[in-house]
Each structure stands twice: as C-alpha cells, then as structure tokens.
Design a protein around this ligand. Sequence first.
Ligand SMILES: Nc1ncnc2c1ncn2[C@@H]1O[C@H](COP(=O)(O)OP(=O)(O)OP(=O)(O)O)[C@@H](O)[C@H]1O
Ligand SMILES: [Mg+2]
Length: 336
Amino acid sequence: MANILEVQDLSMYYITKSTTVRAVEDVTFSIAEGETFGLVGESGCGKSTAARALVRLLPESGKIVGGSVLYKDKNVVSMTEHEVRALRGREIGMIFQDPMTSLNPVTTVRKQFFESLKRDKNMTKAAMEERSIELLRLVGIPEPAARLDNYVHELSGGMRQRVMIAIALASQPRLLLADEPTTALDVTIQDQVICLLNDLREQLGMSILLVTHDLGVVNEMCHHVAVMYAGRIVEIADTRNPLHHPRHPYTKGLINSLPAEHDTRSRLEPINGAPPNLSREIIGCPFAPRCPHTTETCRTQLPRTVMVDEGHFVSCHLVTEAACAADSAQKQGGAQ
Ligand SMILES: Nc1ncnc2c1ncn2[C@@H]1O[C@H](COP(=O)(O)OP(=O)(O)OP(=O)(O)O)[C@@H](O)[C@H]1O
Ligand SMILES: [Mg+2]
C-alpha cells in the first residue's frame, strides 16, 4: 500500500534564549493509506510535539531543526505558510485531547461547520447545512439539526468530542491527526469514540495518526505502532510485534506496567525512575539510566536502529549485539 506520509529524521526543538528542549529527535516513520498508526509513550516523551510538527502547528519557540515530512511526496517542512494552512484545512484534519482548545466557544456549532465547509466555493448555505447535519449524524449525535444552534459549552464532554471529530471531518481529510482524542472522556464514551474513529476510517478510507498512552487502544485499533522515549522512536512495527513480541526493554516495561486483564489483584509495575530532562544533552542510550540491562556501551553510545524482523525496528544495543551475534553465527555455519 502507498504511503500517505513519510517522516524522515525529523527533529523539533523548543528553543528559547535560556533553554533548548529536544522534544523530537531523529524520528522516522511512515503511514500507509487507510491505516491507523499509533504513537505511544510516557507523558512528556514528545508525542504531541511530533504530531503537531507534521503540520507545523507549533508555538513561536518550536523549530524544526532537521529532517523532512513528505505528505503525498511534498515536503511539509519546506512549504510556504500558505501551503501548510491549505494542507491543514483540507487534507489533514486534527482532533485534540481537549475539544475546548480546538472548538470556538463564542460561535455556534453551525458557524464552525460552515467555516470549514465554505472552502468549497460551490457549496450553497442549504448544502452546508445539510452536510453539517449529515456529519453530526455520522458521529452519532442525536437530533443533529437541533445541535447546530448550540454553543460548545452547552454540550456534554462526549458530545463536544464528537462534534470536534465531525468538524474535523468536514473537509474530508485524507489523514486525521488524533492526539489523545479520548483521554478527557469517561470509559464507556472512550470506547464509543474509538469505535467511531475506526468506522469512519473504514468508511472514508482515511489514515489516522493516533497519539495515545493506552496500549489497549493501540492493540485494538492500530495497524502499526511507534514507541517513543525521550523524543526518539525506540521501537516500531506492526502491532503484532511490539505488543506481543516486544524487543526494546522500554516497550517491555510499558507492557509489564499494564494490569493483567481480568485480574483485579494484579498490580501495576511502573518502570523505575523517571525519563530524562530533554533540555539537557543526553549521552548514550536515553533509556540507559532506567534499563535493567544497561552496559557501559549503553551509557556512552547512542544505539543505532536495526531491523529485527520484517518491518520491525528497534534501537537498543542489546538487540543490535544479539542480531550481530546471530548473523555471524549464521555466516560461520554457512562457511563450514
Ligand atoms: N511550548 C513548549 N515550550 C517548551 N517545552 C515544551 C513546550 N511544549 C512541550 N514542551 C516539552 O517538550 C517535551 C515533549 O512534550 P509533549 O507535549 O510533546 O509530550 P507528550 O508526549 O505529548 O506528553 P503527554 O503524554 O503528557 O501529552 C516535554 O519535555 C515538554 O515539557
Ligand atoms: Mg501530548
């Protein structure tokens, strides 16, 4: 399947006079057409920054310092501001954890739909009204016509989230960036929103980048997953691999920290220690201070990324050494 997005060696820093926060460092991944791609990792590892960097939706201090983001073979990093804005409006939709930050509190739901739909110059007001109702219905809002007159604060949390998704879909994006779209919701509504996103992806044939720290959701919904740690991707593969055959000690730690399903007595086993401060230079593997298998090499050298299986990439010295040992054993075997 063709890729809709190809991110290569992307680095994004928050640079001020006093500090440089290396929020995204040398990140490489691609999203295929029609797939859901998960981005997971602990709080502060750079997930939101990476998602926003893809469409250059960054604060003043946020600078892309290297790499490229190819959307349908065009580099977003070198686009003009005008081109990126058009991309955000039409091709790439965005939904965020807190709908209040992306919905406008002082205009009605109708106006927010029209704002997005009026980009299609051929659309009459009646057609826009009809399309808005259709989108609200698509996301499962009861009495959609009546909701158009509402202001955002008049809606419940679950409704707001759905309205935000419907508005994001108004421009028929080919790629949806969904940054923790369900965290603010209660569990039953979380499930509904996740199912809804999955259905919409299938119906509309779009791709989704799903930022989450919920590995259960990744397991259910994603085709590929990238595990981020301290601004870097440490493991990436289709969901069968990192979740069921994790190779990076951090991914293993994340999975171990999940409560076993149906076992109410099981305890979370958090990974010891805390992630590094991204405003300090990191020498060696960023996970070394917390890793149970750390060696001298880990403390002094950044691991390179190796492919351990078809499409399964890991950045860990132990994995690299094991792969090299297996490789040379195979060569020796072949030479005999
Ligand atoms: N505007 C900013 N200025 C400076 N540093 C920032 C800014 N926004 C985020 N950061 C820092 O960048 C790093 C990555 O933050 P980011 O919000 O991308 O993480 P995240 O993985 O999305 O976390 P969470 O799971 O909590 O949403 C963190 O160290 C954070 O403190
Ligand atoms: Mg975030």
